[in-house]
Design a protein around this ligand. Structure first.
Ligand SMILES: *Cc1c(COP(=O)(O)O)cnc(C)c1O
Length: 483
């Protein structure tokens, strides 16, 4: 009875009949015509396959209403309603505050508004409004960095990896100059950022001194010579050494550098402006402390503990930052106006450290009290308990005590007390649940501990609740294979 199925297929409207329908017309305002056509072709192919897969008796009894133009139009509209770009918002239920794979820091509202305004119009990006001539793109953030940090000069580039590379290259490229680093600081950050490799690529000759666990002043002193361009200190970032260890403080290295007239550079990595001991975390040197220690060149990220956009910030003494700024690589690593717009707004918040802690999301996530996280977790749990569509006999929800981490290479061995929403299912594994939540319209990325799927509430905002609820609603509509 293939004949019968082909007959059904012949009743399908043509693609153009559907595309010319008056209800499809408005979609052209939102979607490129070719995309609408492509989606429609996919939907029609699916429907054709459905027909071809019917049994003969099903084919006999098919309701032909579903092949009407209106039905395809409504399917097409639903399909396009679910459209999302490849790069999309997700809910961070991992509790990792600075999660590189999930975009690190989220931007504060005012910074977002500034980005929208600056990027949707012309701006004075490189134009001096007073003098009516060419200006400097760094000027828009340099004045704030000088105010907050008390540094002489500042420039910003694409990210901290670029900042370190550029700084090293400015001092060493083509000159066979040496840079002294402690063996305990020859780190790999991940994403192929390894200090020895970066050095090599920048043209700096690496001089390793000391041992893995101990580096002493004499190790630096005995290895300096007329070819030494820099003494470099690198933040350990994502690992911790314990036991029989010692290394020089920024101040110690600065005093060696001063005696020998060799500039000192420190790659701070996360670079916080606030003392994170206030959040109950162990001490990490702030950028201000390192500036005050007299370090000549300091580099750090914009989107780690600072809580801003992706950027590499270089601050320090005028003479050296000028040298770096004149490196042709600054053009290659040039920071974009959207980033500058975000960074200026974020740095502006740091004019008052107290309010900055509440208003910059990354700092808020770190500083919120355990009690507040618990309250938020129970608010979400109560909303879920009220949902009628979710079968509470197969799904089980509860709030439990948990631990989150800072991420972004800061405090690798430190955990913060938190509360998580635990979701378990009678038959589905935690892995399967995690996959299901990842495929939600707004994907929810959680963690798995003890065979439970967990959503850590530390990094979940109140405004995310409705999307979690929505995900649960649509999940409960679907039938998953039981295994
Ligand atoms: C994270 C980090 C970097 C790289 O910074 P990006 O902003 O990711 O390019 C370099 N050095 C240290 C010590 C870091 O922690």
């Amino acid at each position: 009875m293939e004949h019968n199925k082909n007959e059904i297929l012949r009743k399908f409207p043509s693609v153009y009949e559907i595309l010319e329908n008056k209800d499809v017309e408005p979609l052209n305002k939102t979607f490129p015509y070719n995309f609408i056509k492509e989606r429609l072709n996919v939907l029609m192919k699916q429907e054709k396959d459905n027909v071809l897969n019917l049994s003969n008796s099903e084919a006999e009894n098919i309701d032909e209403e579903r092949f009407k133009v209106e039905c395809f139009v409504s399917k097409l509209k639903d399909d396009l309603n679910n459209f999302s770009f490849s790069l999309k918002r997700v809910i961070n239920g991992t509790g990792v505050v600075i999660h590189t794979n999930l975009g690190r820091s989220i931007l504060q509202e005012r910074a977002v508004k500034n980005v929208a305004e600056i990027s949707s119009s012309y701006s004075n990006l490189e134009f001096n409004l007073t003098e009516g001539k060419r200006g400097k793109r760094y000027s828009h953030v340099e004045y704030l960095l000088q105010k907050i940090l008390g540094c002489e000069r500042a420039i910003v580039v694409n990210n901290n990896a670029a900042a370190v590379f550029m700084a090293l290259s400015s001092f060493c490229a083509g000159q066979k100059k040496e840079v002294i680093v402690s063996r305990g600081e020859l780190i790999e950050i991940g994403g192929s950022f390894r200090i020895p490799d970066i050095m090599k690529a920048s043209g700096a000759a690496l001089v390793e001194v000391g041992t893995t666990n101990k580096t002493k002043p004499a190790d630096y002193e005995q290895n300096t010579n007329e070819n030494t361009a820099l003494l470099l200190k690198v933040h350990h970032s994502n690992f911790k050494m314990r036991g029989f260890v010692s290394e020089l403080s920024s101040k110690d290295i600065v005093s060696i550098g001063k005696n020998r007239h060799i500039p000192v550079m420190e790659d701070l990595g996360s670079g916080s402006f606030v003392n994170i001991e206030r959040f109950g975390l162990p001490h990490e040197p702030t950028v201000q402390e390192v500036v005050n220690a007299g370090v000549d060149i300091i580099t750090f990220s914009g989107d780690k503990l600072l809580g801003g956009p992706q950027a590499g910030i270089i601050v320090g003494k005028k003479e050296y930052v000028d040298l770096i700024a004149s490196n042709p690589l600054t053009r290659a690593f040039r920071i974009d106006k959207m980033t500058l717009a975000a960074l200026e707004a974020i740095l502006f918040e740091y004019l008052d450290l107290e309010t900055a802690m509440k208003r910059i999301p990354t700092l808020f996530f770190l500083s919120q009290s355990n009690k507040d996280i618990k309250k938020r977790a129970f608010r979400l749990l109560n909303k879920i308990k009220k949902l009628e569509c979710v079968n509470k006999n197969i799904y089980n929800f509860k709030v439990l005590e948990d631990l989150s981490i800072v991420g972004g290479g800061a405090l690798p061995d430190y955990e913060l007390k938190t509360y998580s929403l635990s979701i378990t299912h009678k038959t589905l594994s935690a892995n399967k649940l995690s996959q299901i939540f990842r495929s939600a319209r707004v994907p929810i990325i959680g963690k798995i501990k003890n065979e439970e799927f967990l959503i850590d509430i530390r990094t979940v905002l109140e405004r995310d609740f409705k999307d979690i609820i929505q995900a649960l609603k649509s999940i409960s509509d679907q039938k998953y294979e039981y295994f």
